[in-house]
Design a protein around this ligand. Sequence first.
Ligand code: SF4
Ligand code: SF4
Length: 109
Amino acid sequence: MTSFRCRRCGACCRWPGCVRISGSEADGIAAFLGIPVREFVDRYTRLSPDRQFLSLLEKNDGSCQWLSEEVPPACLIEPVKPRQCRDFPEKWNFPGWEKLCGGIRGESK
Ligand code: SF4
Ligand code: SF4
């Protein structure tokens, strides 16, 4: 079995592409931000290209708008970040992800 240790480099938050959120995740993020869910959806999400789900908005460079500019980088909605973010890379990933991710992979008992 392999193990993975995230080094919190923030690279995965800078990759362009959708960050899918469910309805309950939208509720949770809105509550965390202290705003109505309708306002959160209008201001901070977009419809995916296939119009099947909501995605977090990106900055102009393609990075997630909730990625802080601090060093080290941090997720500004960490306690309520979407499952897509929490599951990467152990529960979902894509071909070639190892070349982009600075995490440490190894064998666990
Ligand atoms: S929500 Fe947080 S963890 Fe997910 S991509 Fe954005 S900054 Fe990264
Ligand atoms: S790219 Fe890999 S090491 Fe960097 S924050 Fe994302 S999961 Fe962690």
